[in-house]
Write a protein of this length. Structure first.
Length: 661
């Protein structure tokens, strides 16, 4: 080797040594960093009257001291850098500063309150935000201008991990209830926190860990699921062993989806023409937007819709400097909307209400063109009926559907279905690992579970899974030091949705509601209670907006079961059903309140806690509310039943089935 090559090798070795030293130095610095889990933060609420767990990471062997009020404890970081202390319980109060002192650094969190903490989990109805419910008058009333610094919510963004339980997670930080934060808070969390705080007078904190479209199995650990034969073999899949699998899969699927979208844009014959001066929309065919307007053989692709409204100079003047609101119901799948050629909003999936607010300056005297581009990706495109389709101006509302208000349509292009994409958060155990395990063993006073829509396709084992999930979480999250049993769970029975049927009816929706109720029965020993949302549903929307009623019912169940108050907290619960001639006599638990007066020709309240069913009338009328199947009486056993049975506290009875004696 010549001298030049020797010199070059020496330089390379020195560079490599320097880089290694720098990297090791950086790693050492990282090891020395005092870190805390994201669940800790300014404004957090810690459970009162319970042992307080505080944990984090530091340099191996480093002493860490935690101080909260007059409570103090120390620990040394272990080999992996983790440390944990447990502080004695404290009564409600604050604000405090939570201080974590290491050898060379201090972490501190201000405005920390001791109060009551609740875990809210489930799927989309649990995370549906306040702004999505603002068409409901009660929600709007409870939100407008409201401030409460003693009620706080922390929402975990969507995250998943299939390989192992994680030590930490992302969060949105602790937020107080006020107009600045409230619109984007989960409505049930917001409304329940408000009611509980006002009722108890102590700080209330809700940890919302929920993800739309996810099954109960997503929220269970690998060890929990493996006890069931149907799940024992799924963990051999590479996604449970390769941390990079989701990203590789995502990259492949995104590339295919982008190619599909490029093809649609390239082939859309309308998108390049409609904004041109003098474009003639009358060439588009007249159509009923609630009809099957699509190509039945090839329904996916791009569809364009046109309507117009005429405004006077007075209309414009009266609305000057204001906001216009264009309501377009709900649309499947995605849409972009334009007024007079100017973009006013878009939605990328089918569920959110299409409420597009824009400056009145986009409007003009005379004709105003409204154009919708509907993009159908999978299934059949549709405008959802019985929603509001109208243009709202200050002082004036103009309907956009009716006999005198026809739409015109043109087909941009038809396509095959958009290539499928994995719903990564909807995978068994992925959410437990990323959104439950990282919460450690924080203490809570109760849990609220609103989930089940994703399991209606196979509800048979739902009660078994949900019971196992609750028991697993009860082992993880501690509760009040003086509590005689684990914290209480509230299960929300699914809202009414889809069609109303006559006579005996079977569906996964009904079966799952039955499983939800079963989990709360005493023999299941889950320390759980039921809240029904059936009468708060909307037949044409899986995300009903009446979250105020549901939140109030949740609060009542917590007042009784988590706080021990002697109140009526749920709808009528049946105890027995006896046949007497051509009548059924159903007796109800007195703890669930006196029955509200009822006589609908089939059912009649005949005592404070007694309902009589006329069997002949039921068979003749074929009601959607009452039916008998295989010797069992059923109430509200339908996807979208007519709910008739309430107590005098105006709480609806849940869907139930009871054997006829």
């Amino acid at each position: 080797m010549n001298r030049k090559n020797v010199y070059t090798c020496l330089v390379l070795l020195l560079c490599m040594f320097a880089m290694s030293t720098w990297a090791n130095g950086n790693n050492a610095a990282k090891e020395q960093e005092l870190r805390m889990p994201a669940i800790f933060g300014d404004g957090m609420v810690i459970q009162r009257d319970a042992k307080i767990s505080v944990w984090g990471w530091a340099k191996k062997g480093e002493k860490v001291t935690v101080t909260l009020g007059n409570r103090k404890a120390s620990a040394k970081a272990g080999k992996d850098g983790s440390w944990k202390v447990t502080l004695p319980e404290m009564p409600a109060g604050g604000p405090y500063t939570l201080s974590i002192q290491g050898k060379n650094a201090t972490k501190s969190f201000s405005d920390v309150m001791l109060g009551d903490v609740f875990l809210f989990s489930g799927q989309s109805n649990q995370e549906l935000m306040v702004y999505r419910c603002m068409d409901d008058a009660k929600v709007r009333e409870l939100y407008n201008g409201y401030r409460n610094d003693m009620a706080r919510v922390i929402k975990l963004p969507h995250q998943y991990n299939y390989v192992a339980p994680q030590k930490d997670c992302k969060t949105g930080g602790w937020q107080k209830l006020n107009p600045e934060n409230g619109r984007n808070m989960a409505a049930l969390s917001y409304l329940t926190a408000r009611e509980i705080q006002e009722h108890t007078g102590v700080a209330v904190g809700i940890v919302n860990s929920s993800v739309g479209g996810t099954g109960v199995e997503c929220w269970m650990s690998k060890g929990n699921l493996m006890q069931y034969p149907e799940y024992s073999n799924i963990f051999s899949h590479e996604k449970y062993n390769d941390p990079d699998w989701p990203q590789k899969r995502m990259d492949m699927e995104n590339a295919r989806a982008q190619e599909w979208e490029k093809t649609m844009e390239k082939n859309d014959v309308i998108s390049r023409e409609w904004r041109k001066e003098g474009y003639d929309f009358s060439k588009w065919r007249e159509v009923d937007i609630f009809s099957s307007f699509y190509d039945k053989k090839k329904p996916n692709g791009s569809y364009w819709f046109y309507n117009c409204v005429y405004l006077t100079q007075d209309d414009i003047s009266n609305a000057k400097n204001g906001k216009a609101l264009l309501r377009l119901g709900a649309i499947k799948d995605a849409d972009s909307v334009f007024v007079n050629g100017k973009y006013v909003g878009n939605t990328t999936y089918q569920y959110p209400p299409r409420n597009y607010s824009f400056d009145v300056s986009k409007l003009r005297e005379g004709r105003n063109d409204i154009v919708i581009r509907l993009m159908s990706q999978n299934g059949t495109p549709a405008f959802v009926q019985d929603k509001e389709y109208q243009l709202e101006l200050p002082g004036k509302t103009i309907p956009l559907y009716g006999k005198e208000r026809k739409w015109r349509m043109a087909v941009g292009t038809t396509m095959v279905k958009r290539p499928g994409q994995t719903y990564f958060v909807g995978t068994p155990t992925g959410l437990y690992n990323a959104m439950i395990a990282p919460l450690g063993n924080i203490a809570i006073r109760g849990m609220v579970w609103y989930q089940g829509e994703a399991n209606v396709g196979n509800p048979a084992n739902y009660a078994t899974y949900l019971k196992a999930m609750i028991e697993e979480w009860q082992k993880q999250f501690t509760t009040l030091s003086a509590a005689e049993k684990p914290w209480h769970s509230v299960i929300v029975q699914l809202a009414g949705f889809m069609d109303r049927h006559i006579g005996v009816y079977e569906s996964g929706w009904c079966q799952l509601r039955s499983k939800q109720r079963a989990v709360t029965l005493p023999e299941m020993n889950t320390n759980a209670s039921l809240v029904t949302a059936i009468d708060c549903g909307e037949y044409n929307d899986i995300h009903p907006q009446d979250k105020a009623t549901v939140a109030h019912r949740i609060a009542l169940q917590l007042f009784r079961n988590a706080y021990g108050e002697n109140i009526v907290s749920e709808g009528p619960a049946p105890l027995s059903c006896k046949k007497s001639g051509q009548e059924l006599i159903i007796s109800f638990d007195s703890k669930t309140g006196k029955l509200r007066e009822l006589n609908d020709g089939i059912a009649k309240v005949t005592g404070d806690y007694e309902l009589t069913i006329d069997i002949n009338a039921m068979n003749k009328s074929l009601s959607s509310t009452y039916s008998i199947s295989n010797g069992v009486f059923r109430y509200a056993y339908d996807d979208f039943p007519l709910c008739t049975l309430y107590n005098t506290d105006n709480i609806a009875a849940p869907q139930f089935e009871i054997p006829i004696q």
